[in-house]
Design a protein around this ligand. Structure first.
Ligand code: GRF
Length: 185
């Protein structure tokens, strides 16, 4: 039986879309069972619904929001939560309840550049390479076990936006691959 994945998004949802696309392959070991967001205006919610996947938004206080996510994921039989551009910090309590079952994609080669503005920081540091990492979510921001990484060059003249686009393309192939490995390990 396929692993049931719940995806948390806050915005565009292009990584979520990559996970959904990959799950169309009959050989994919996971299915995206539910998409949830803190932001009712997240464009990714419509992408999920168009793909026939239930999508819900729960604005409001963090405790209420996380209680709603928790209940919805459990009702949907979700075993793994994939964060895909979810821009809120999860509470320690939520992380503890799903310990070892939440993964995230972060646009840097962790442990470098935890947090925000990763591309600007890589350019400012004159790094030759940038990239993305899929990692297990723990209470500490962007600090859990790294499950997989993809590298791209930083090119002369790169702006943060140009570099972000190059990294994002790498994210879209890395995340489905690593998630498939994670749910079967
Ligand atoms: C991605 O760059 C991801 O690495 C970061 O937030 C961005 C989300 O983009 N965590 P999208 O919503 O998946 O298009």
């Amino acid at each position: 039986m396929k692993a049931r994945v719940g995806v948390l998004i806050s915005g565009r949802g292009s990584n979520m879309a990559a996970l959904i696309d990959a799950a169309r392959d009959p050989a994919c070991p996971y299915t995206v069972a539910l998409v949830a967001s803190d932001n009712p205006a997240a464009p990714g919610l419509d992408i999920a619904r168009e793909a026939g996947i239930p999508a819900l938004a729960t604005p409001g206080r963090r405790a209420d929001r996380e209680a709603a996510f928790d209940a919805a994921f459990r009702d949907a039989g979700v075993g793994t939560i994939a964060l895909a551009g979810y821009m809120r910090l999860l509470s320690d309590d939520f992380v503890a309840r799903w310990r070892g079952h939440i993964v995230n994609i972060h646009p840097s080669l962790l442990p470098a550049y935890r947090g925000l503005d990763t591309h600007a920081r890589a350019i400012a540091a004159r790094d030759a390479e940038a990239g993305c990492s899929v990692h297990v979510v723990t209470e500490e921001l962007d600090a859990g076990e790294v499950l997989g990484q993809a590298r791209v060059p930083v090119l002369p003249g790169d702006t943060p936006d140009v570099l972000a686009e190059r990294v994002l393309a790498a994210e879209h192939s890395l995340y489905p691959k690593v998630l498939a490995e994670f749910v079967t390990r």
